[in-house]
Design a protein around this ligand. Structure first.
Ligand SMILES: *Cc1c(COP(=O)(O)O)cnc(C)c1O
Length: 228
């Protein structure tokens, strides 16, 4: 089946608009990140032609390869996968944003790599909101400590937080998670007012995420089709 990327983008943008209307927010305040991991270059180019400029990648080498082959002045690359120490250099050189920072060693290394190429990189602190053992991220009470470290790093621009909450049908559990993500963000903004970004929401939950304060949604499959 051919994936109809332009129609998919229109559908997502419309859903974002409706979710924003429900909370009296302008859709301009939401960044749509098209998650292009494991997808071919022509698909990214097709999304670019439809006015999408933010792309999310999970694997350092794949990011590097795409950056070297896809040329557009406006494209913004977001690294959203787990970060291995030996991949930090590649990420520093190819990403404009990193959403998955929380380990001190990686933060220091990323800063050093960015310093070497005189670049400032945008970053979010990843929070493991449901304390899942299989998920990465710091716990909510560590956010400010990590924010202090990141603020002291000259080549890292701390922009906000990122979370990947567990999908659950249980509405009160879901609400509890959303409230604690928002609290983390407000605590962070008390410390650093400009760090307002909340990177939250995927294909499965972006509308609910927007209604709970998300400013950046990361959407893969409903734009590019199922990943195999
Ligand atoms: C793959 C991925 C997404 C996109 O998920 P979809 O279900 O394809 O929308 C979003 N965020 C992260 C961190 C991911 O790894």
């Amino acid at each position: 089946m051919q994936t109809n990327i332009d129609q998919n983008i229109k559908d997502i943008q419309n859903k974002i608009k409706l979710a924003c209307e429900a909370i009296n927010k302008s859709p301009d305040e939401i960044t749509l990140i098209a998650v292009s991991k494991k997808k071919e270059h022509f698909m990214i180019e097709s999304a670019l032609e439809n006015g999408i400029y933010n792309f999310g990648e999970n694997y350092a080498q794949e990011l590097q390869e795409k950056v070297s082959k896809i040329h557009s002045d406006n494209i913004i690359w977001h690294f959203i996968g787990p970060i291995q120490s030996n991949k930090v250099k590649i990420i520093a050189r190819n990403a404009d944003w990193v959403h998955t920072l929380y380990r001190e060693k990686i933060i220091r290394k990323l800063n050093a790599e960015c310093e070497e190429i005189q670049k400032k990189i945008n970053a979010c602190i990843q929070i493991n909101i449901s304390s899942e053992e299989t998920k990465s991220g710091c716990s909510p009470h560590e956010v400010i400590e990590i924010a202090k470290l990141m603020k002291s790093m000259k080549n890292i621009n701390l922009q906000g937080i990122m979370a990947l909450p567990k999908l659950t049908e249980n509405k009160s559990k879901r609400k509890e998670m959303m409230d604690s993500i928002l609290k983390c963000s407000l605590d962070l903004q008390d410390f650093l007012p400009e760090a307002r970004s909340i990177s939250l929401g995927t294909t499965s939950d972006f509308e609910d995420a927007i209604m709970n304060g998300s400013t950046m949604v990361r959407i893969g499959e409903s734009i590019f089709g199922k990943r195999v």
